[in-house]
Write a protein that binds this ligand. Structure first.
Ligand SMILES: NC(=O)c1ccc[n+]([C@@H]2O[C@H](COP(=O)([O-])OP(=O)(O)OC[C@H]3O[C@@H](n4cnc5c(N)ncnc54)[C@H](OP(=O)(O)O)[C@@H]3O)[C@@H](O)[C@H]2O)c1
Length: 272
C-alpha cells in the first residue's frame, strides 16, 4: 500500500488509535484526525515510530461543529494531492450521563451530529479528492447496535437516552452508506459500513458502564479488510458484520425512509 493515502477520524483513543498503529508500518501516507491537539500529536508520534517510512500528518476538528468539519475538509483538499481511503471511526458513544441530551454546535442532537451528519458532510466535502484519486474507498464504522430513526423526532426531543441515540445515529450512517454507494457506483469510489467487533475495550464502552469482552484488534481486522482487500475492490453500498456481508436493521431497506433521511441530512449540512 506504499502509495496509499488514508484518513482516519478519531484516532486519539480506542479502535481509531489501534487502526492507525496497524496501518502505520504499511507505508504510504496516514492522515490522522482528532479533536485534542496534544493527544493527537502523541498518537501521531506513536504512528511515526511504528512506521518510520510512512508519512503522517494530523488534522484537528471537533466533529460536533459542522463549521469545523467543513474547515478541515477545505484544509485537506488544499494540502493533499490524493485520498484513497477514508475511515469514519470517530464516535460519540452512549455517554457517561446517558439521560442528558447534548447538542452539537449547530443545535442538533449530539450523537446524530457526530456519528451521522459529520461523517456524511466530510465525505461529501472530500468527494472531489476521492473521485480524482479513484479507485478509492470510504469505510463507515457503524455498529450492530441499531434502532429505527424516528423521522418525526430525529433530534430525539422525546424519550432521550444516550445509547438509543447512538443506535439511531449508526443506522442513519448505514442508510447513508446505501444511498452514497448507489450514487457513486460509476465513480470508482466505494462506500461500505461495518460492525467492527462486539464490546471492545475502549473508552466509549467503559464510559457507558459496559464491560468489554474483546480487544480493539478484533475490530481493526475487518476494518482493514474493507479498506484494502483486493477482493472487495468493487463491492459497495453494503453493511458487514465483521467479515460477513450482513443484513442491517429493517428500516435501512425502506427506500422512502432513506430518501427522507437524506433530504433532511442535506438540509442540515447545507448542501443541495
Ligand atoms: N467499542 C466497541 O465495542 C464498538 C462496537 C461497535 C462499533 N464500534 C464503533 O467503532 C468505532 C470506534 O469506537 P471506540 O469504542 O474505539 O470509540 P472511543 O474509544 O470512544 O474513541 C472515539 C474516538 O472518537 C473521537 N471523538 C469523539 N467525539 C468527537 C468529536 N466531537 N470530534 C472529534 N472526535 C471525536 C474521540 O476523541 P477523544 O479522544 O477526544 O474523546 C476518540 O478518538 C466507533 O465508530 C464505534 O461506533 C465500537
Amino acid at each position: 500500500m506504499t502509495q496509499h493515502t488514508t484518513l482516519i477520524t478519531g484516532v486519539t483513543h480506542g479502535m481509531g488509535r489501534a487502526l492507525a498503529l496497524d496501518l502505520a508500518p504499511r507505508g504510504g501516507t496516514l492522515l490522522l484526525h482528532g479533536r485534542k491537539a496534544e493527544r493527537l500529536e502523541a498518537v501521531a508520534a506513536e504512528a511515526r515510530a511504528a512506521g518510520p517510512g510512512t508519512t503522517v500528518r494530523t488534522y484537528l476538528a471537533d466533529l460536533s461543529d459542522l463549521d469545523q468539519v467543513h474547515a478541515m475538509a477545505a484544509r485537506i483538499r488544499a494540502a493533499e494531492p490524493h485520498l484513497d481511503g477514508l475511515v469514519h471511526n470517530a464516535v460519540a458513544g452512549g455517554g457517561s450521563r446517558p439521560l442528558v441530551r447534548e447538542l452539537s454546535g449547530q443545535g442538533h442532537e449530539l450523537r446524530f451530529a457526530v456519528n451521522h451528519l459529520a461523517p456524511y458532510a466530510l465525505t461529501r466535502a472530500l468527494l472531489p479528492l476521492l473521485t480524482a484519486s479513484a479507485p478509492a474507498r470510504v469505510v463507515n464504522v457503524a455498529s450492530m447496535g441499531q434502532e429505527a430513526v424516528d423521522l418525526d423526532d430525529v433530534m430525539m426531543e422525546r424519550d432521550y437516552e444516550g445509547l438509543r441515540a447512538y443506535c439511531r445515529s449508526k443506522l442513519a450512517m448505514i442508510m447513508a452508506t446505501f444511498e452514497l454507494g448507489a450514487e457513486l457506483a460509476a465513480t470508482g469510489v466505494t462506500v461500505n459500513a461495518l460492525h467492527p467487533a462486539h464490546l471492545m475495550d475502549t473508552p466509549a464502552v467503559r464510559a457507558y458502564g459496559l464491560t468489554p469482552v474483546t480487544t480493539t484488534e478484533e475490530g481493526v481486522r475487518p476494518t482493514v479488510r474493507l479498506l484494502l482487500d483486493p477482493e472487495l475492490a468493487t463491492v459497495t453500498g453494503r453493511y458487514f458484520d465483521q467479515f460477513t456481508d450482513a443484513r442491517a436493521h429493517d428500516q435501512a431497506y425502506d427506500r422512502g425512509v432513506r430518501e427522507r433521511l437524506m433530504k433532511l441530512t442535506h438540509d442540515l449540512i447545507g448542501t443541495a
